[in-house]
Every structure is written in structure tokens, then in C-alpha cells.
Write a new protein. Structure first.
Length: 257
């Protein structure tokens, strides 16, 4: 009876003692660590070049690997970076070639634009030098156009040669008459360009000499005809006066009066 009472009393005390003994002891909380912190140095964690095995990267191994494989090995933040020298060299050559071609293209475009500006300025200056400030283009241009159209109308039933040459001749003649200074400047400009081609310049000189000779002969023929006509009229008047005694008035005397 006494043993049962002792067992009932000792059992709860035993469980209480075991619970107290097995309770965790509270210590000061340790500081948290970052998952990126390393216990070892980065150079010790860097893998051996060409492998994935962790180990300390020795300079001799790196140099040997660079010579064998022709690459440059660098350790950046614990990561081994391999840069092929041949690839870098080719990329450099390609970049320099592309930059040179771009520069050549820009230079070509600049030269072409400068040539265009030079031609534009030359044409503008040439056109400005052709026109005389003392001559009005608008009414004279209308007269020249009418003259050229008149030549076309006069030769509408002729062959193609006359229909092409006569309007041009009428237009040139009207141009020389209504805009003499501008026509002179235009002729000088045409002659300037013709001198660059000796054959054309010689043909122009020959044509000009032929035209001048023809005009001179025409003027001479007109003068001779006028002189002959006046001589014939004078002889006829004298014959009438001698034959009939009728004195006809002289035109020259009328003009003097």
C-alpha cells in the first residue's frame, strides 16, 4: 500500500524533472549572414581555367592555359572570364574597317555636295551675267517668241529642214535685235564653251566667216544695184531731157530743197 502511494507521488515529479532538464536554453541571437558571403577568398573559389573544379587560380596555370588555347583569362568577382585573342583581334579589324568605310562615305557625300553647290553657284552667276540690266526681258521675250512662231507659220508647207531652220533663224535675229547686249553676252558664253572643243570652235569660225562673207556680198550687191539703178534713172532722165527738152526734177535736188 505504501509502495503504491510512493509510486503515484514520484511519477509526476520524475516527469517534471525530465521536462525541466530537456527545456531549451535561450542564448543571444546571432547576427544574420548574407547568402552571398564567402568564408574563403574569391581567388580560392575561382575554378581552374578550363575546368569547373574549385581551387586557387595560380598565375602559372593561367599563363599556361592562355598560351595553349590562345585566350586571355581574367578573374572578375570570383568568375573566370576567357576572352579569345583571335576573336578580339578580328572584331577590332572589322570595327576599324567599318569606321574607315563610314568615314570614306561621309567624305564622298561631302565632296559631291560641294560639287553640286559649285555647279549651282556657277549656273546662277552665268545666268545673272547674261542678262543686261539695261534691257527688259518680258516684252522683248514676247517679240522673240512671236518672230519664231512667224517663221514656223511661213514654212508650214515646206520640208522639215526649212520648218526647223527658219523659225530658229527668225528667233535668233529677233533676239539680236530686241536684246542686243544679252545676245552678245550669250554669244560670248557659247564661244567660251566651244573653245573647249577645238573642232566645234573651228566649225563655228568657218560658219561665221561664211555668214559674214554672204552678208558682205549681199550688202555689196545691194549697193551696186542701188548705184546702177540711180545711174540708169539719171541716164534715162538725161535722155528724155535731151530728146524732148523736158526737164524732169531731180530727186537729190528735191531733198536739198
Amino acid at each position: 500500500m505504501a509502495s503504491r502511494l510512493f509510486f503515484k507521488t514520484a511519477t509526476p515529479l520524475s516527469f517534471a524533472a525530465i521536462a525541466v532538464a530537456s527545456a531549451p536554453v535561450a542564448f543571444a541571437e546571432s547576427p544574420r549572414r548574407s547568402i552571398y558571403d564567402n568564408d574563403k577568398k574569391e581567388e580560392e573559389l575561382a575554378p581552374v581555367p578550363g575546368t569547373i573544379e574549385a581551387g586557387k587560380a595560380r598565375e602559372g596555370d593561367i599563363e599556361k592555359f592562355e598560351k595553349e588555347h590562345g585566350v586571355q583569362v581574367e578573374n572578375v568577382g570570383g568568375v573566370t572570364i576567357k576572352s579569345p585573342k583571335a576573336l578580339e583581334s578580328n572584331i577590332k579589324v572589322a570595327r576599324e574597317w567599318f569606321a574607315a568605310k563610314v568615314e570614306e562615305g561621309n567624305k564622298y557625300i561631302d565632296e559631291a555636295f560641294n560639287k553640286y553647290l559649285a555647279v549651282e553657284n556657277s549656273v546662277t552667276k552665268t545666268v545673272a551675267d547674261l542678262k543686261s540690266p539695261q534691257e527688259d526681258v518680258l516684252p522683248a521675250g514676247i517679240y522673240i517668241t512671236v518672230a519664231a512662231l512667224s517663221g514656223s507659220i511661213l514654212t508650214r508647207n515646206r520640208n522639215i529642214l526649212f520648218r526647223s531652220a527658219v523659225p530658229l533663224a527668225f528667233g535668233v535675229a529677233a533676239f539680236s535685235y530686241f536684246l542686243p547686249q544679252t545676245a552678245h553676252n550669250t554669244g560670248a558664253l557659247i564661244w567660251k564653251y566651244e573653245q573647249k572643243v577645238p573642232e566645234v570652235a573651228k566649225a563655228h569660225e568657218d560658219a561665221k566667216e561664211s555668214v559674214d562673207s554672204f552678208a558682205k556680198n549681199v550688202r555689196k550687191a545691194l549697193d551696186d544695184g542701188k548705184t546702177s539703178l540711180e545711174s540708169g534713172v539719171h541716164s534715162t532722165r538725161k535722155f528724155i531731157a535731151d530728146s524732148t527738152g523736158l526737164q524732169l526734177p531731180d530727186v537729190d535736188e528735191k531733198k536739198k530743197k
